[in-house]
Design a protein around this ligand. Structure first.
Ligand SMILES: Cc1cc2nc3c(=O)[nH]c(=O)nc-3n(C[C@H](O)[C@H](O)[C@H](O)COP(=O)(O)OP(=O)(O)OC[C@H]3O[C@@H](n4cnc5c(N)ncnc54)[C@H](O)[C@@H]3O)c2cc1C
Length: 803
């Protein structure tokens, strides 16, 4: 084994092998993979090898497409068979709701170029005769599903990497990882040490243990998973290979395996495996079968596919594999560590392994993953994702693997975990809460406790009239919203201005003022949107998306400020309440001696102001687009602030409102938000944020790419549509059609109660940006007429928030 390498990849499962191959393809050949047993001896060897392109996040779906298309190339390069069987697959719907869900999946696949087709039950039964038609109402056909040989795929990656100069060492366990001062690593193994510039944790079942070597507690957990293979089924004899089939109602998947069928299930009562520590003596091993546990699913399976129940069971496999709390992989560089990368929590190695390897290798070699990998970025989790939290969420995710996630559905596991001081007060006002990074925040308010629950649906829910009333109250009077669920940083020190000017695209506002700014990466793409609130010459309060706090911290570590500047995350130190609406000024004025008139405290002011007895930081800004104030206080004051506002608000008809109303109101104003409209695949001019990019202030990260985008106009445009729809609004990822062609996708949608119509934000090609007509948005399988709004649908000139 060499003693020096540019990269050491820990783990030779399908993911580690893919990372190794992709590193060589990206130009790094001094790369070494260390595997403690044989390649594939973790969860890879006993996998069912199934692959498919559909994923809840379109960007992950694209990487899945990439993976599946890669296998032919790998076979060509190496001569090693991947054992590909591209049979095509059908997903069966047993209810109308499931069929709606499949229609949504089909629609979302359109702009990814996926040729998915909704078919009738008869057509499904013709293609997959083993099914009992009685239980189904329709199906989705995907021509490029299938399965591969897990061992063959891993060997093919490994062989391709070896051919390009990589080295693989087997039967050698990595025992420890020690960071050197210069950011490089000593990799301590059973058979000697290696000094490496970078380390990749692709430890699969042991990724948690490898993480612990460097002080990390990665949010992953292995679950037991069982599939069985039947004896030969007479009806299959002499037939073409059967399609892959997913039966959502039975929560099972099935495919042909030689003369029989393989049937696997994601049972409701899933069982975690080794929840705290993974045993090191587990290699090429399986777990004892527990057919009892999956008996309810098998019963349904044999009812839905009778031929499977008529033959015996040849083999049962029970093996563990790992999941992150949301079921997507954990990939990327880890905040707080230098040159330490992860590629783990990959629950669908044969659909995702290639994409994970591609993204990670580009990230390491080019400094950027080359794709929008937010959905699988390790930085989407923060400190709240503890071992026990992960355990609860992974079990929930496993049990819901084949269940519908409705656009308005809030999951219940691990809740309530984090609450703000006003939680009980809001609960007493019948708040219906949502979960954001483990933090409870109000979505809407019901009139009575009995009504404080939301029906989950693809259509408008029982919340609709209440959200409408909240929006009207904000438009006509004053509303109160809890806004604690934002990320916050406090930047202080002599070179504050210099640093912020370098990492942010806009200039710093004068003291006492607010400026909005995008943050760009070197390619000039959006990696954040911030509100800069300047409290003093050397003190700036940053407000941003809370879910991206770790992501931003990682970025700030890469672009550190000069000595003497402190960048302090303080998200939960400051919690907030916002008042918005034309009566917000008289309400707040009644509680402070500070002059809040527009002359003394104009739009985008930010000051320290006492509200009653409470010292607060107040910004004159509101995401609702109304006159409004965001009031930030340290946690100990939030309850008192709430009480004083509620009590003074009585006279002004103060109404509580929640996140649903806020979302509808920001869409009416064509305001975007992180992870929906603002993502690293869009540039600031494409996203309509050009006015917040100051190209004249001197150099900043992403400036030259932003200038290029400005001059060329970019490729896309974020636009707003009003949609002719009856009772189902767009929710995101629906295709946008123009004159019979899919030209773009929706990023957010809601009913605009102030504008009085259904609305959607989305991206279309810049060439169509001037067109208003000829658009349609596909909602639940129906193409609905959509009209591009030339200006924001509500108060386009922003008079209400400025006056
Ligand atoms: C029953 C079952 C069925 C499945 N079916 C499918 C399917 O149909 N389709 C699909 O896509 N996925 C399926 N999976 C999931 C699939 O197996 C995983 O997605 C995949 O194997 C993950 O690969 P990995 O490389 O991340 O992890 P692993 O395969 O666990 O590889 C990690 C490797 O790292 C090595 N290692 C760990 N620590 C060290 C160390 N300190 N030093 C040296 N080496 C180390 C281990 O020995 C191991 O070989 C299934 C899983 C199971 C259990």
């Amino acid at each position: 084994m060499k003693t020096q390498a540019r990269v050491v990849v820990v783990g030779g499962g399908v993911v580690g092998a893919s990372v190794l191959y992709h590193l060589t393809r990206a130009g790094w050949s001094d790369v070494l993979l260390i595997e403690r047993g044989e390649l594939t001896c973790g969860s890879t060897w006993h996998a069912a090898g199934g692959m498919h392109t559909i994923n809840g996040d379109p960007n992950v779906a694209k990487l899945q497409q990439y993976t599946i298309n890669l296998y032919k190339d790998l076979e060509r390069i190496t001569g090693q068979s991947c054992g590909m069987h591209v049979t095509g697959g059908i997903m069966l719907a047993g209810t109308r709701e499931r069929l709606d869900w499949l229609r949504m999946a089909q629609a979302r696949g359109r702009y990814l170029g996926m040729e998915l087709e909704i078919i009738s039950v008869d057509e499904a039964a013709r293609l997959f005769p083993l099914m009992n038609k009685r239980h189904f109402v329709g199906a989705l056909l995907d021509p490029i599903e299938g399965h591969v040989d897990p061992w063959g795929v891993t060997q093919a990656y490994a062989k391709a990497a070896l051919m390009a100069g990589a080295e693989i060492v087997r039967h050698n366990c990595v025992l420890d990882l020690k960071a050197r001062r210069d950011g490089s690593w000593d990799v301590i193994t059973e058979n000697g040490n290696v000094h490496a510039e970078h380390v990749v944790n692709a430890g699969g079942l042991w990724a948690r243990e490898v993480g612990r070597m460097v002080g990390l507690e990665l949010p992953i957990l292995a679950m037991e998973h069982q599939y069985l293979i039947t004896e030969d089924i007479p009806a299959l004899k002499g037939q073409n290979e059967q399609l892959h089939c997913i039966d959502f109602e039975g929560e099972i998947y099935t495919r042909q395996e030689r003369g029989g069928m393989l049937l696997g299930t994601y049972e409701r009562a899933g069982v975690p495996w080794s929840p705290v520590t993974t045993p090191w003596d587990f290699a090429q091993s399986l777990l004892p079968n527990d057919l009892e546990r999956i008996a309810p699913s098998l019963e349904v399976g044999f009812e839905h596919f009778p031929a499977l129940g008529e033959v015996g069971i040849r083999k049962v496999v029970n093996g563990p594999f790992t999941f992150a709390p949301d079921g997507n992989p954990l990939v990327g560089p880890v905040r707080g560590l230098t040159n330490f990368w992860v590629a783990c929590g990959v629950m669908a190695g044969f659909s995702q392994g290639g994409g994970v390897g591609l993204a990670l290798s580009q990230w390491m070699v080019e400094g950027d993953p080359g794709a929008d990998v937010w959905a699988m970025d390790v930085a989407r989790y923060g400190d709240w994702a503890t071992l026990a939290y992960t355990n609860a969420k992974v079990r929930e995710n496993y049990s819901r693997r084949f269940r519908i996630r409705f656009p308005n559905e809030e999951l219940t596991a691990a809740r309530p975990l984090r609450t703000t001081p006003v939680y009980e007060r809001l609960e007493a006002e019948h708040a219906v809460f949502g979960d954001y990074c483990g933090l409870e925040h109000p979505l809407w308010f019901a009139p009575t406790a009995a009504e404080a629950r939301e029906d989950i649906t693809f259509h408008r829910s029982n919340a609709h009239p209440h959200v409408a009333a909240e929006c009207r109250a904000v438009r006509d009077g004053v509303g109160l919203l809890e806004i604690s669920n934002y990320g916050k940083f406090e930047v202080t020190g002599p070179a504050t201005q210099e640093w912020l000017s370098r990492v942010m695209a806009n200039h710093l506002p004068p003291v006492g003022r607010i400026a909005l700014t995008p943050m760009l990466n070197e390619r000039g793409k959006l990696i954040g949107d911030f509100t800069l609130c300047r409290l003093g010459p050397e003190r700036v309060f940053l407000i941003c998306t809370y879910a991206a706090e770790t992501y931003y911290r990682r970025w700030f570590e890469r672009h550190p400020p000069a000595a003497g500047v402190t960048v302090r995350p303080c998200a939960m130190e400051y919690v907030g309440l916002s008042v918005a609406g034309p009566l917000s000024r008289p309400l707040l004025q009644s509680l402070t001696r500070a002059d809040l008139s527009s002359r003394a405290f104009p739009f985008l002011s930010f000051r320290q102001v006492d509200v009653g007895m409470i010292p607060a930081l107040i910004g004159r800004i509101s995401f609702t687009g109304e006159l409004g104030y965001e009031i930030w206080v340290t946690t100990d004051y939030q309850r008192a602030l709430y009480d004083v506002l509620r009590s003074a608000g009585r006279e002004h008809g103060l109404t509580l409102f929640g996140g649903r109303a806020l979302n509808a109101m920001r869409i009416e104003k064509s305001f975007g938000t992180w992870a929906r409209e603002y993502r690293p695949i869009y540039g600031p001019y494409e996203a309509g944020l050009g006015r917040f990019v100051d190209l004249k202030k001197g150099d900043f990260v992403g400036r030259s790419a932003a200038l290029e985008e400005k001059e060329s106009g970019g490729a896309l445009r974020l636009v707003t549509f009003s949609v002719d729809t009856l009772d189902a609004d767009a929710s995101g990822d629906e295709p946008i059609w123009h004159e019979g062609r899919v030209v773009g996708w929706v990023t957010s949608g809601a009913y605009g109660h102030r504008a009085g119509c259904s609305l959607a934000l989305g991206y279309i090609p810049v060439a169509l940006a001037a067109a208003t007509d000829g658009f349609e948005i596909e909602i639940l399988g129906e193409r609905r007429k959509a009209t591009r709004a030339a200006t924001a649908p509500f108060d386009p000139h922003g008079r209400r928030m400025r006056d």
